[in-house]
Design a protein around this ligand. Structure first.
Ligand SMILES: Nc1ncnc2c1ncn2[C@@H]1O[C@H](COP(=O)(O)OP(=O)(O)OP(=O)(O)O)[C@@H](O)[C@H]1O
Ligand SMILES: O=C(O)c1ccc[n+]([C@@H]2O[C@H](COP(=O)([O-])O)[C@@H](O)[C@H]2O)c1
Length: 276
């Protein structure tokens, strides 16, 4: 199990406090408590980002000896250079979590409101806040227990872990060896190929099949918005309202963004052809 990291490693943004109001009391003492952390741009946050947590919940209950006591969306900093994105995502994620009134999903703005932080450092931050600052999570008999932090990601993100030069080997050892992860199958990514180079951490990698195929992506939502198409029922209603009220994502796409849209649309139609 992951242990706490030294506090001097972390700098907090001004006025920051770690959200923990929806952390659940642990019910079954025979299980290992875990907290799920999903990192990404969430620009904008879609129902599929939120569904990832529900899919993980079902998988955990049916296949593991873990008990989920909380889940976090951790939107990446604006300094993570990704074309066509916006700085409004932490507030959109918060609106989404409130709109769906989840009992256990929270948004941690720590990563968003400072310089770019690698995912390994983000997981250490959660481990530190949960186990060192809070002293672990509460059990039904009033005790505190250390909680294990685990990454929750789609298979497209995990496939980048096998690409040379994207993630450092030390960070992969830290993320997959020390913490572990849940991978949600995603249309367009071959899960076996995506995890081929990660075989040494197989014992810590849990693969979750998507039983209802759904390839909603933020890129496609941004494309729809630019074309004046409706995105209602792809995102929580209040996020759609927020986007409308603030006229977000209406700017012309950059060349990189257009290329990504083209790839995603091509991959969707290939999939449609192969299934018909
Ligand atoms: N439809 C989906 N199925 C499975 N995982 C998903 C899905 N959409 C997003 N994810 C996962 O959610 C996390 C955060 O995603 P991210 O913010 O990059 O969203 P995205 O839709 O992939 O965005 P973009 O289209 O801008 O790349 C990643 O781990 C990603 O793999
Ligand atoms: O820590 C790393 O080395 C690292 C390398 C590549 C990507 N990431 C993280 O992965 C996430 C990618 O999100 P996105 O929107 O680009 O799919 C984002 O949270 C990044 O910080 C992290």
């Amino acid at each position: 199990m992951a242990t706490s990291s030294p506090p001097q490693q972390f700098t907090n943004p001004p006025d920051y406090s770690f959200p923990h109001d929806r952390l659940r009391v642990m019910r079954d003492p025979s299980k290992i408590p875990i907290v799920l952390v999903a990192c990404g741009s969430f620009s904008p946050v879609t129902y599929l980002h939120l569904r990832m947590f529900e899919m993980a919940k079902d998988y955990v209950r049916q296949n593991t000896n873990f008990e989920i006591v909380g889940g976090y969306l951790s939107p990446v900093s604006d300094m993570y250079k990704k074309q066509g994105l916006l700085s409004a995502h932490p507030s959109m994620c918060t609106i989404a979590a409130e709109d769906i009134s989840s009992a256990w999903l929270m948004v941690d703005p720590w990563e968003a409101f400072q310089s770019y932080q690698r995912t390994a450092v983000v997981l250490d931050h959660f481990d530190y806040e949960l186990n060192t600052v809070l002293g672990g999570i509460q059990t039904e008999d009033g005790q505190r227990r250390n909680v294990r932090v685990m990454l929750l990601a789609g298979s497209d993100l995990i496939s980048t872990m096998g690409e040379p030069g994207v993630w450092s080997h030390e960070d992969l050892e830290h993320i997959l060896g020390r913490y572990g992860c849940f991978i949600i199958e995603r249309a367009g990514t071959d899960i076996d190929q995506a995890t081929e180079s990660l075989a040494r951490w197989r014992h810590n990698i849990h693969i979750i099949s998507q039983l209802i195929q759904n390839d909603v992506s933020s890129t496609k939502v941004r494309l729809f918005l630019r074309r004046g198409l409706s995105v209602r029922y792809l995102l929580p209603s209040r996020v759609v309202d927020y986007i409308d009220e603030n006229s977000l994502y209406l700017d012309e796409a950059t060349a990189a963004e257009k290329e990504k849209e083209r790839e995603q649309l091509a991959s969707s139609s290939r999939k449609k052809e192969s299934s018909s």
